[in-house]
Write a protein that binds this ligand. Structure first.
Ligand SMILES: [Zn+2]
Ligand SMILES: [Zn+2]
Length: 201
């Protein structure tokens, strides 16, 4: 998929790319998911924890989500579930409304003609006409898809969601093994000694 210049030139896209460090399709998927979620939930970027996101992948897309929606790892309103799906659930704490966006599997499907030309290019058997024909097909297909907007990329499931608890702060206590301060709720007591997770494992 070619990311059209008109997308790459948007200020909000540039902000994502600058935070992430490079332009890639993963970042773009996160960008599109964020735009769609904000639109569907009628929200804006969360300064605090007004929005939250449960992501089922830890790939490049999460960086665009952090920049655009304000759901960040540091604030605790970006929650990672290690499921390995390109799926993102966004929720609004004020309305209780949520949406789960799942990347459509057919998005990366390549038409036969394009596959045929790509293969010829790969084995260096393509003429210059075929190379430019391939590029044209590839670019036209990408443009057409992006022109449909973020809706074309995801299936949308509406849901009411109980919002996850806000980021909790707990006082620190010493680990009896390493002597370092640890958030109290993360300690385990074994034979009346407090173990941090690093010392316990
Ligand atoms: Zn990336
Ligand atoms: Zn320790």
């Amino acid at each position: 998929m070619k990311i059209p210049d008109k997308i790459q030139q948007r200020d909000d896209y540039k902000a994502c790319a600058s935070f992430h460090g490079h332009v890639c399709m993963g970042l773009t998927i996160g960008y599109l998911a964020s735009k769609l979620a904000i639109k569907l939930l009628k929200e804006k970027r969360a300064d605090d924890e007004e929005l939250f996101c449960i992501t089922e992948t830890d790939a490049c897309c999460c960086d665009a989500i952090q920049v655009l929606t304000g759901c960040t790892f540091g604030k605790g309103n970006l929650i990672y579930r290690d499921i390995g799906k390109m799926a993102f659930t966004f929720g609004s704490r004020s309305t209780g409304e949520g949406v789960r966006l799942v990347l459509r599997p057919d998005i990366s499907g390549v038409p036969e003609k394009e596959q045929f030309l790509a293969q010829k290019i790969r084995v260096a058997k393509a003429s210059s006409e075929e190379i430019s024909e391939y590029e044209k097909l590839y670019e036209t297909r990408s443009e057409a898809l992006f022109d449909k907007g973020p809706e074309a990329f995801f299936t949308v499931e509406d849901m009411k969601i109980p919002s996850p608890s806000k980021a909790r702060m707990a006082p620190s206590k010493m680990c009896d093994i390493c002597g370092e301060a640890v958030m109290e709720t993360k300690l385990t007591s074994i034979n009346s000694l407090n173990y941090c997770r690093a010392c316990r494992d």
